[in-house]
Design a protein around this ligand. Structure first.
Ligand code: GDP
Ligand code: GDP
Length: 439
């Protein structure tokens, strides 16, 4: 599980500037999806080989009628509770304010490790810019410039070190689970996740047990169905109570993100008896961004008229068309209908995500694509594509080598993606294309 870092501080201290700096290196896939409003407050970052989740708790207003604590309690409490370490940002140009003290008290009560960070410190002396803040009693402040990047790398390294101390050491995955398909079932509250889990485990179950000892709150449940092995991983929003799984009330974005990133295949559950909501679209966006294989289950398909069913299909097409690479199944977790075919799609999505694409085959497919349609000239430059190799799995990454590849536009990239997808029958997994110059 990735460590979780929360950015906390009053408005205007530079939280979103830091957030953007930490997350911007990521593939900006979701950014150009029309109609998808992203929850900007959760992101993935990476320093070297170390991935982490970052939460920007920004957005609370300073003392309004209800007071800062009211809003903070609402918006920040859960984030802080779910974080392994807190980066508490103050403004070095403005100096210490009463709100900083209020926030300090709140953070101290949370019991989370806190790193005090003085931002906007570019061009200023350490002693001058930090002098004010010792009063908070949080030790020597870190000094950064979120806007210019000074000190950010070291800060994140240290915060990750601190975050990791908070966690028990990860156990190696038992050998027997190595070949399992790791499956996460995600969806907003009440779509039927726990009903589906119980249906999956109840029917053809061979074994189901908790595997404690990994990360806090994490569960992994191996099970077998039609001779295939799966591990249900930390399914967000449901918990074991006695023999069955039940929904827990709160929806946790962090848990959902962690489940997605731990999975090979994500099963996104939607509720056919409700409209597709903004929250559904957010979760879908997270899955897409993660690159995980995906199957969509539209649950509660029982008891609907055919007019209602048509309306839902249209709604899906309109709101989630960016997930067209994934198979959709209409199911009833309650009546256990449609589950078998849906699990077949899970298997197929896994196989596609784990495809081995040989360099000769990829190169042949690339040449075919180029013969069919050349990349466009940009000024006097025409990109020349030479060969392709596989650069990763789950999602499959195709690295295309050539000259002047920086002149290739988004349309052509999409065209190549479609061509590779069709050539290698990659259903149920996103596919990423990267371009590289020279040999
Ligand atoms: P947030 O409300 O805490 O998310 O703050 P923002 O990230 O929106 O930043 C508030 C203002 O501070 C913006 O005008 C930023 O450009 C500015 N700012 C952020 N980081 C720095 C910095 O390192 N140095 C300076 N001089 N300004 C900064
Ligand atoms: P979760 O919050 O996503 O885990 O959702 P639950 O599994 O707790 O289900 C929420 C409600 O939807 C419960 O009352 C279930 O009985 C009901 N439900 C779940 N699956 C179905 C289904 O396939 N059809 C119908 N009609 N109701 C269902």
């Amino acid at each position: 599980m990735k460590p979780v870092i929360a950015l906390v501080g009053r408005p205007n201290v530079g939280k979103s500037t830091l957030f953007n700096r930490l997350t911007r290196s990521r593939d900006a896939l979701v950014a150009d999806l029309p109609g998808l409003t992203r929850d900007r407050h959760y992101g993935e970052g990476r320093i070297g080989e170390r991935p982490f989740l970052v939460i920007d708790t920004g957005g609370f207003e300073p003392v309004a009628k209800n007071g800062i604590m009211h809003e903070m309690a609402k918006q920040t409490k859960q984030a802080v509770a779910e974080a392994d370490a807190v980066i508490f940002i103050v403004d070095g140009r403005q100096g210490l304010t009463p709100h900083d003290k209020t926030i300090t008290d709140f953070l101290r009560k949370s019991g989370r490790p806190v790193m005090l960070v003085v931002n906007k410190a570019e061009g200023m002396k350490y002693t001058t810019v930090t002098a004010d803040f010792y009063e908070l009693g949080l030790g020597d402040p870190y000094v950064i410039s979120a806007a210019h990047g000074d000190g950010v790398h070291d800060l994140v390294e240290e915060s990750l070190d601190i975050a990791m101390v908070q966690r028990p050491p990860e156990e190696d995955e038992p050998q027997s689970l190595a070949k399992h398909i790791r499956l996460a079932i995600v969806g907003r509250p009440n779509v039927g996740k726990s009903t589906l889990v119980n249906t999956l485990l109840g029917e053809d179950r061979v074994i189901a047990f908790d595997m404690p000892g990994t990360t806090r709150d994490s569960i992994e449940i191996p099970f077998e169905r039609d001779g295939r092995h799966y591990t249900l991983i930390d399914t967000a929003g449901i918990r074991r109570r006695g023999k069955v799984f039940e929904a827990i009330e709160k929806f946790s974005v962090v848990k959902t993100l962690q489940s997605i990133s731990e999975a090979n295949v994500v099963l996104l559950l939607l509720d056919a008896q409700q409209d597709i909501s903004e929250q559904d679209a957010h979760i879908a966006g997270f899955i897409l961004e993660s690159g995980r294989a995906l199957v969509i289950g539209v649950n509660k398909w029982d008891g609907l008229t055919s007019d209602q069913r048509d309306a839902i299909k249209m709604d899906l097409e309109r709101k989630l068309n960016f997930l067209s690479f994934a198979k959709t199944h209409f199911i009833s977790a309650l009546n256990s209908t449609g589950i078998g075919p849906m699990m077949k799609s899970v298997d197929a999505a896994y196989a596609a995500a784990m495809s081995n694409l040989s360099t000769p085959k990829l190169t042949r497919a690339l040449i075919e694509a180029v013969e069919h349609q050349q990349p466009r000239r940009k000024g006097s430059i025409r990109p020349k594509l030479r060969y392709a190799h596989q650069g990763g799995m789950n999602p499959p990454v195709v690295v295309v080598h050539g000259n002047a590849v920086e002149a290739i536009d988004a349309n052509y990239k999409r065209f190549l993606e479609k061509h590779f997808r069709e050539t290698f029958s990659l259903v149920g997994t996103p596919l990423r294309i990267e371009f590289r110059t020279g040999k």
